[in-house]
Design a protein around this ligand. Structure first.
Ligand code: C5P
Length: 208
């Protein structure tokens, strides 16, 4: 019997931090599905240039993504994040990434996947579905600290603007828009510490 936890929500809401802690608590495998879209975005920028044009080219790039592509250390930049948001609007790109995600979710040890459409499209039968969010300013501050910590030259206003633009694109696109599944539990982490947020999620999983 596999056990699947689906976590969706906007950028920098705390999904990754929570998912890692939960995975280590229960021994689940963890997949940050945003890395797949970032891997496609990075390759598309390199191969097609900043216009990212050509649907068949984008689908070709997405179809060729394998495990090593998501373990690169150059996927967390602001430019790659925006490119990921753009390629993620293309249905053919999303379709090309489904098998990878579902295979990961089927592991015997149990799996936790985070992204934007895990509870709605990738794993609609997940055992636990969560939608983790926080106020845009709180999320932008977290992302700003993360980027600044890595030495990326940026400022809070730019980070906030980028984040809101990407959230809007993710929520309003036609292809698998970001939204909580009907049976998802929505958790707002704006006023929660990491410890509190992790404890809230663990309690939800233990209820199952
Ligand atoms: O989670 P992260 O910020 O790394 O995701 C980068 C982008 O990839 C998101 O803004 C979104 O456009 C896309 N994405 C998606 N579906 C997922 C995961 C990420 O569309 N399941």
């Amino acid at each position: 019997m596999t056990f699947i936890v689906a976590i969706d929500g906007p950028a920098a809401g705390g999904k990754g931090t929570i998912a890692r802690a939960v995975a280590s608590r229960f021994g689940f495998a963890y997949l940050d599905t945003g890395l797949l879209y970032r891997a496609v975005g990075r390759r598309a920028l390199a191969e097609l240039g900043p216009a990212l044009e050509g649907e068949s080219e984008l689908v070709r790039i997405a179809s060729a993504i394998t495990e090593p592509d998501i373990h690169r250390d150059d996927l967390r930049t602001a430019a790659v994040a925006q490119a990921a948001g753009r390629v993620a609007t293309v249905t053919g790109v999303r379709d090309a990434l489904v098998t990878f995600q579902r295979r990961f979710a089927g592991q015997q040890c149990g799996a936790i996947l985070d992204g934007r459409d895990i509870g709605t499209v990738i794993c609609p039968d997940a055992d636990v579905k969560l939608f983790i969010t926080a106020d845009p300013e709180v999320r932008a501050e977290r992302r700003f600290q993360e980027l600044a910590g890595r030495g990326e030259a940026t400022d809070f206003k730019t980070v906030l603007g980028d984040l809101i633009r990407r959230d809007t694109m993710d929520a309003e696109r036609d292809a698998a828009p970001m939204r909580p599944a009907d049976d998802a539990i929505v958790i707002d982490t704006s006023d929660l510490s990491i410890k509190e947020a992790v404890a809230t999620v663990i309690a939800q999983i233990e209820k199952q």
